[in-house]
Design a protein around this ligand. Structure first.
Ligand code: C2E
Ligand code: MG
Ligand code: MG
Ligand code: MG
Length: 285
């Protein structure tokens, strides 16, 4: 049967591959165009400190504001941008925009916030990246202590000695470093103590089934106590419910990010959200 189908199948397969390759090329072109046309935007998701009830930081999250399709999620285009290396340029745009925005908020008299920026492995591996970060801070006038860079475990584990060296250079600029999606990669606990990071971000996958999944609760509590013992800050991502918040607080986690506080917001809505103070009331209630 395979033999009978073989030849035609092969033809069909290769023309499908050519179509797929062509479609991919078009998507890469569209991304490049988006960068040139300034179609990328950042939304900001608040991070809440439970002890003070204050929003003290925000994660900058990339969206593509497509003229026809509207807002496109980073999950739809960041993987392709990473594959083709275009993420390096996009990432430079993100870093510049986030620093500029944060400085503008400070200039407008808002309480100073830390803005966290996601860094991709391709960007991090660029030779000139640390000096690029330094230059962006100078150009935007942002005090480095108000910038946090989010690195994933897999990014660090690609070349641990090199990553540690780069992290030390970034640390000496005065920026903060966090490990994003913590617990999903394979960073060994012994390596963790050598990373000059100030914060762990517990991945949403561990939070989402609290309080139903005992294993996830055990893992989450273990990450929190590990962070405490290593004197690192720890924030839980993807907190959606009061039960999750209560569990996390009881386990000693003082910082949360998730829909319970707010979805990622465009800058104006984010500022409006800061002004309402509603989250603080909700926490204290
Ligand atoms: P991430 O860095 O782990 O960001 C957290 C993601 O979880 C965001 O998705 C956020 O909207 C979502 N999230 C936050 N709270 C909740 C919640 O309570 N429930 C649920 N269901 N989701 C929640 P988003 O914005 O779609 O970003 C997805 C991923 O895309 C990010 O994961 C990050 O890996 C990547 N990404 C976003 N912006 C950038 C960027 O500027 N550069 C790079 N290299 N990657 C980026
Ligand atoms: Mg992140
Ligand atoms: Mg994350
Ligand atoms: Mg994630």
């Amino acid at each position: 049967r395979a033999k009978a189908l073989g030849r035609n199948n092969l033809k069909l397969f290769s023309s499908e591959m050519a179509d797929a390759a062509h479609a991919k090329l078009l998507r890469v072109e569209a991304l490049r165009h988006a960068l040139e046309q300034n179609e990328f935007v950042l939304h900001y998701q608040p991070q809440l400190d439970l002890a003070s009830g204050r929003i003290f930081a925000a994660e900058a999250l990339l969206r593509w504001n497509h003229p026809q399709q509207g807002l496109i999620s980073p999950c739809e285009f960041v993987p392709l941008a990473e594959e083709t290396g275009l993420i390096v340029e996009i990432g430079e745009w993100v870093l510049d925009a986030a620093c500029r925005q944060n400085r503008a908020w400070q200039d407008a008299g808002l309480p100073s916030l830390i803005v966290s920026v996601n860094v991709s492995a391709r960007q991090f591996a660029e030779k000139a990246w640390v000096s690029r970060v330094a230059r962006t801070l100078t150009e935007t006038g942002l005090d480095p202590q108000y910038l946090e860079l989010e690195l994933t475990e897999s990014l660090i584990m690609q070349d641990v000695p090199q990553a540690i060296a780069t992290m030390h250079e970034l640390e000496s600029l005065g920026v903060r470093l966090a490990i994003d999606d913590f617990g999903t990669g394979y960073s060994s606990l012994s390596a963790l103590k050598r990373f000059p990071v100030s914060r762990l971000k517990i991945d949403r996958s561990f939070v989402k089934d609290i309080p139903d999944d005992e294993d996830d609760m055990a893992i989450t509590a273990a990450i929190i106590s590990l962070a405490q013992k290593l004197k690192l800050d720890v924030i839980a991502e993807g907190v959606e419910t009061q039960e999750q918040l209560d569990f996390l607080r009881d386990a000693g986690c003082n910082e949360i990010q998730g829909y319970w506080v707010s979805r990622p917001l465009p800058p104006a809505a984010f500022v409006a959200r800061l002004a309402t103070g509603r989250t603080a009331d909700a926490v204290n209630a």
